[in-house]
Design a protein around this ligand. Structure first.
Ligand code: UGA
Length: 430
């Protein structure tokens, strides 16, 4: 099938590449020339395990191409995916400017029947919005359908999530268009759910908001564990064995960050308010999440005060492991708070250092965790990279001036850390 994917961010680039890998002819379009130039010279604009190899293979086999010319992509393809960004506006609503612009371009260049698929995370009603724009601006009298096909991939495991999704949700206005999408996804042999457009749009937000709720819930339990002398990791394990609850997304820590959960919970909150529905459940989820870093920062400051002149080593900057993404990363908030208190900050992340150098000022960038530890009064684990789990703790401790290890992701066993001479403070335990 001839497929066009507009937008080469995480979602667009990975889904376009996977469709090509399944044998389709895919044109990926982006209006940022630098990104397209990078992709055409084999350089990935994002860090995602396995992506580069798959892109190069499909480019070489001429199933995948990258261009800034949206007209080419639209004219040559039957199915057009919209996968552009929908960042939050100041009031929390999703900004649909890029979706609107793309819809106008599709209207301008389409010359026969097209299936337009909203892949971007967009609030309920956007399918209709896109349909109306295309109807209004189309130049040829050709027919088209607008479909909602939300993406559920996670950064860091995007290729596997795309190849083996738990489910494929296709929101369609009629059965004829459903068949084309079913054909496209059939090779994956995964469960498919056909719905109306609005339900598909809500499934995406409901899923992300539910997972965010699980995280805030376990973080709330962690707060109680800290006071009651319980251990949140054991509590989560005990809860997770109940198959109705499940063990995923019950890891207490510094809360959820990244480009999806914070934005999508806010957007769903706006939708609920628009419909004049009580959204206090989501308000609590968001508030709990926003309190995670200040609460942890207070625990750090309590132990280390006065902060002036104290050297704090930060292990991990990305919003989660296996990505170089710093959007809504907890590290940025924590570092800002500690700098305000006049601490000196040293940082290291296995892959996010280049991105961090563009954002962070007044911190020392180190070449590895041991370098971070040199002369530090305390270390703080912010991102649970695997390589931090197996560090030589004796060596780490010997490099330091102080002895505190604050573990914001509970990656260590207390006994092991204390044996190396650390004073260990983690989440959801005394
Ligand atoms: C999330 C969803 O998991 C995907 O299904 C969805 O497609 C994607 O958003 C999206 O809407 O595009 P992602 O943001 O890549 O994926 O990352 P997650 O692995 O879901 O983690 C999100 C945040 O929650 C991270 O900051 C992570 O540290 C935090 N988290 C996750 C916890 O604090 N505890 C947990 O138990 C799990």
């Amino acid at each position: 099938m001839n497929v066009c994917v507009i937008g080469t961010g995480y979602v667009g680039l990975v889904t376009g590449t996977v469709f090509a890998d399944l044998g389709n002819e895919v044109i990926c379009v982006d209006n940022v020339k630098k990104k397209i130039d990078m992709l055409n010279s084999g350089v990935m604009p994002i860090y995602e395990p396995g992506l580069r190899e798959m892109v190069l293979r499909n480019v070489e086999e001429k199933r995948l191409s990258f261009t800034t010319k949206i007209s080419d992509g639209i004219r040559k393809s039957k199915v057009i995916f919209i996968a552009v960004g929908t960042p939050p506006k100041a009031n929390g609503e999703s900004d649909l400017t890029a979706v609107e612009e793309v819809a106008r371009e599709i209207a301008r260049y389409m010359d026969d029947y097209k299936i337009i698929v909203n892949k971007s995370t967009v609030p309920v009603g956007t399918g209709n919005f896109v349909r109306n724009i295309i109807e209004k601006f189309k130049r040829n009298n050709c027919d088209f359908d607008v479909v909602s096909n939300p993406e559920f991939l996670k950064e860091g495991s995007a290729i596997a999530d795309c190849l083996y999704p738990d489910r494929i949700v296709i929101g369609v206005p009629n059965h004829h268009v459903a068949m084309a999408l079913l054909e496209l996804y059939a090779p994956l042999e995964r469960p498919m759910l056909i719905t109306d457009v609005e339900s598909a749009e809500i499934i995406k937000y409901a899923s992300n908001a539910f997972l965010a709720t699980k995280i805030s819930f376990i973080n709330f339990i962690a707060n109680i564990c800290e006071k009651a002398g319980a251990d949140v990791t054991l509590v989560a394990k005990g809860m997770g064995y109940d198959s109705r609850i499940g063990s995923h997304f019950l890891q207490a820590g510094l809360g959820f960050g990244g480009s999806c959960f914070p934005k999508d919970t806010l957007s769903l909150l706006c939708t609920a308010k628009k419909f004049k529905e009580d959204a206090s459940i989501l308000e609590s989820v968001i508030k709990l999440n926003e309190n995670r870093v200040p609460r942890f920062a207070n625990r750090i400051m309590e132990k280390l005060k006065p902060m002036k002149g104290k050297v704090i080593g930060i292990l991990g900057l990305a919003f989660k492991p296996n990505t170089d993404d710093l959007r809504d990363a907890k590290s940025l908030v924590l570092i800002r708070d500690l700098l305000k208190k006049k601490a000196s900050i040293k940082v290291f992340d296995p892959v996010a250092m280049d991105n961090a150098k563009n954002i962070l000022k007044n911190v020392t960038f180190c070449k590895n965790a041991y370098d971070v530890a040199k002369g530090a009064d305390a270390l703080v684990v912010v991102t649970e990279w695997n390589e931090f789990k197996l560090l030589n703790l004796d060596k780490l401790r010997q490099n330091m001036r102080g002895s505190y290890l604050f573990d914001g992701r509970n990656i260590y066993a207390r006994e092991r850390v204390e044996r190396a001479g650390f004073k260990y403070i983690c989440i959801g335990m005394r």
